[in-house]
Design a binder for this molecule. Structure first.
Ligand code: ATP
Length: 267
């Protein structure tokens, strides 16, 4: 990825199949964004006005970033990602300039999915931020979104876990007017995420997988990924310990002697 003051530009290799479950969300994104990008002439002919952006909302770690990347891949579009809070740490005037720069870049490399994570940090109700940085960034964002009307192949995807505090101006028709909920994974979804993350690991036969999928109710995809990584690390440590014990036994070294040595390194 190449740096663009606060944003990362890349061509994502995440596909729709990499997003486990969330079938309704995937369908909606394909209908609202991907088909119009792939077949603009059909939509133009029918006089259907296209959506410029989507607001994905829901609990953290449930695949919003993954979905935005899969969408870019599905549209054969570039992907620019920027985190809202990062813009707020910039100097006076720099944040607005960066927003302008990011949109200009997106237009240059269109078709482009422009993903703004943690949108609430810069797009909460105006007047609510100390010092007004967020207000200025939001005003710039609204201007840029309005200016992209000529550039239908720049698609803005905002992500937030707090849709209730997003300024209504941003949600107005012609801006991020499509609101899509990305929920916690259900049981079949959790099963798919476990299987995807553990696809190259063998699972111990004594593990009751059905129970695992059932009792992880309330876990996000990010939580499941974390659990699997911890389990893999634990399994590696255990197997290293077992190897050491086996070597020790093979060398026919009594455990007591080793412990005595370890306890008293300078006899
Ligand atoms: P945040 O709100 O914290 O930015 P997010 O909703 O954007 O989170 P992602 O960053 O897309 O969530 O997901 C975090 C990680 O969790 C992913 O990299 C992936 O490993 C895993 N994950 C989450 N949901 C899914 C899913 N539906 N299918 C496959 N993996 C998932």
């Amino acid at each position: 990825p190449c740096a663009l003051r606060g944003a990362a530009v890349e061509v994502p290799n995440v596909t729709w199949d990499d997003v486990c479950g969330l079938e309704d969300v995937k369908c909606e994104l394909q209908e609202v964004v991907q088909y119009p990008v792939e077949h603009p002439e059909v939509f133009k002919e029918l006089g259907i006005s296209l959506s410029k952006g989507v607001l994905l909302y829901g609990p953290p770690g449930c695949g919003k970033t993954l979905l935005a990347k899969a969408l870019a891949n599905g549209c054969q579009a570039n992907f620019i990602s920027v985190k809202g809070p990062k813009l707020l740490t910039m100097w006076f005037g720099e944040a607005e300039a960066t927003v302008r720069e990011i949109f200009n870049k997106a237009r240059q490399i269109a078709p482009c999915v422009l993903f703004i994570d943690e949108l609430d940090s810069i797009a909460s109700q105006r007047g609510s931020s100390a010092g007004g940085v967020a207000d200025r960034v939001l005003n710039q964002l609204l201007t840029e979104i309005d200016d992209t009307s000529r550039w239908r192949t720049v698609i803005v995807i905002g992500a937030t876990s707090r849709p209730d505090i997003i300024d209504s101006a941003l949600r107005r028709h012609g801006r991020l007017d499509q609101l899509i909920y990305v929920p916690l994974p259900n049981e079949p979804g959790r099963r798919k995420i476990f299987n995807a993350v553990l696809h190259e690991s063998s699972i111990a036969p004594e593990v009751d997988q059905d129970l695992l999928f059932k009792y992880t109710n309330g876990f996000s995809g990010a939580d499941i990924t974390e659990i699997c990584q911890r389990a893999c690390k634990y399994a590696i440590l255990k197997s290293v310990e077992q190897d050491v014990e086996r070597e020790r036994a093979a060398a026919d070294m009594p455990d007591d002697a080793v412990e005595e040595d370890a306890a008293d390194p300078m006899p």
